[in-house]
Write a protein that binds this ligand. Structure first.
Ligand code: G
Ligand code: G
Ligand code: MN
Length: 431
């Protein structure tokens, strides 16, 4: 599509940046500027649900909003589907960068169109300063990405790059240190998200999802701290905690009502720990629960990485009755042959296929095929990320076994989960 005014593309942006980054003569100074990377979240979804014409119109309006804050010496480029970079000349300090970014979001928010406004709420930006934060094109862009990520995590519209964002190869010492005390300070909590059997509408089980609230620093997402815990080895202790908490809950549950399955996520690194099997068996013994009510969710990529030893451990656990589920299926590179050697009895189709399935023929086709394929290997199929009734109904029609997602319920703290079950479960049926 053609956007209004002068908007560069990725290549032109890089050229422009190269020009702006030339090393100054001995007696001259760098001409400072700020680079703002802006992304619209969920634009793909908007495209699919509202149609391309509406999406193009929105993008045009969005571009105009961005242009409205530009001065003649500034520059705007579109670097991705719904991703833009603004270069603001002469901005030397964080304070000015803050003002510029704040102005940008103010402009976005004050749009008259309510549809636009709601989408703008989902815009995020990351800001880097030249030469303060970086002096190379790649570096400036990379750090803007990091700042944007940290804005997302802090639930802020934008963030200016901070040295703390630079965790040498994603390594965050602050988090590592805090993680060391998280268990003793009782900062972890398990949330439970229900899973519904599509055939009879009954409660099938729940996935346990770890939450960490790190004192004053607030809530830290598992996809941030789990990779760090994997690197430091803290993952072993964390997994033990998670397993024990999930089984403690399960044992309580079993005493009060008919048992359900509880699924625990097992990270890649944990799976290759030699005493992983032992840890799981110990937890089961400690709480005396029937192993058939425990499910271990293993990501597809974990199994691809280190098949032989992990498979042996999983086989032992499977013998014991523990369920093995292949999580995030479709995001890795599995082949048919891969199923053959796997001791799994459940497969979870990744939510990225489920989310656009109704609008996207290709996704729909993949979902149907995966269900057939999985059934051919005697695997039960869970659809994750089911967000609306139509998707749920569609999945039921095409023979999917189990449904999980915001349509049914979000992950909830234990008490809320129990309350949710008691108000919905008796005769809980989805159309
Ligand atoms: O709700 P959600 O933001 O929890 O989960 C984000 C990611 O973190 C998911 O990929 C999920 O599998 C992972 N995750 C959540 N809880 C745990 C856990 O207890 N252990 C591991 N290894 N991963 C988890
Ligand atoms: O990787 P894993 O499948 O374990 O991740 C589970 C993640 O999916 C958690 O972050 C959980 O909060 C999230 N989740 C659960 N249901 C939905 C949903 O309906 N939509 C979206 N977008 N995320 C969901
Ligand atoms: Mn999972």
């Amino acid at each position: 599509m053609v956007l209004p005014g002068s908007v560069g593309n990725r290549q032109q942006l890089f050229q422009k940046l190269e020009e702006m980054l030339v090393v100054p003569e001995a007696n001259e100074e760098h001409q400072p500027f700020a680079l703002i990377l802006v992304k619209l979240d969920h634009f793909r979804r908007y495209n699919l649900t509202k149609g391309y014409r509406a999406a193009d119109k929105l993008l045009t309006l969005f571009t105009q909003s961005l242009q409205s804050i530009l001065r003649p010496q500034d520059y705007l480029a579109r670097v991705g589907n719904a991703e833009f970079v603004l270069l603001l000349a002469g901005i030397r300090h964080e304070g000015f960068a803050n003002l510029a970014a704040a102005k940008l979001f103010e402009t976005l928010q004050n749009s008259d169109d309510s549809e636009q406004q709601s989408l703008y709420m989902q815009a995020h930006a990351g800001v880097t300063l030249f030469p303060e934060h970086a002096t190379g094109v790649e570096d400036l862009m990379k750090k803007a990405e990091m700042a944007l990520e940290s804005a997302r995590h802090q639930l802020e519209p934008f963030a200016i790059y901070q040295d703390e964002d630079e965790v040498s190869e994603g390594f965050d010492w602050g988090i590592q240190n805090d993680l060391g005390h998280a268990i003793e300070l009782d900062q972890f909590e398990l949330y439970f998200q229900p899973q519904i059997n599509l055939k009879d509408g009954k409660l099938y089980g729940a996935e346990a999802l770890l939450r960490w609230s790190n004192g004053d620093k607030g809530f830290v997402r598992p996809d941030v701290f789990i990779p760090i815990a994997e690197k430091t080895g803290q993952i072993v202790e964390i997994t033990e905690w998670t397993l024990n908490s999930a089984l403690w809950f399960l044992e309580e549950w079993c005493r009060q009502s008919s048992p359900i399955k509880v699924a625990v996520n097992i990270s890649t690194k944990m799976l290759s720990e030699p005493d992983f099997g032992e840890i799981v068996r110990n937890s089961i013994a400690l709480y005396g629960v029937d192993p058939q009510f425990l499910t271990l969710e293993i990501t597809e990529s974990a199994l691809l990485e280190d098949m032989s030893s992990s498979v042996a451990i999983l086989e032992d656990l499977r013998q014991l009755g523990v369920n093995v589920s292949i999580d995030d299926f479709g995001t890795g590179y599995s082949s048919l042959a891969y199923f053959k050697g796997l001791p799994a009895n459940e497969l979870k189709i990744d939510r990225t296929f489920i989310q656009y399935m109704l609008e996207n023929q290709m996704d729909q086709h993949i979902v149907k095929t995966v269900i057939q394929l999985a059934h051919g290997f005697d695997l039960e199929v869970v659809a994750e990320g089911v967000e609306d009734e139509q998707s749920n109904e569609f999945l039921k029609q095409i023979g999917c076994d189990i449904s999980q997602g915001y349509f049914i319920a979000k992950p909830m703290p234990t008490d809320d989960f129990l309350a949710w079950v008691s108000s919905n479960y008796a005769g809980f049926k989805l159309a």
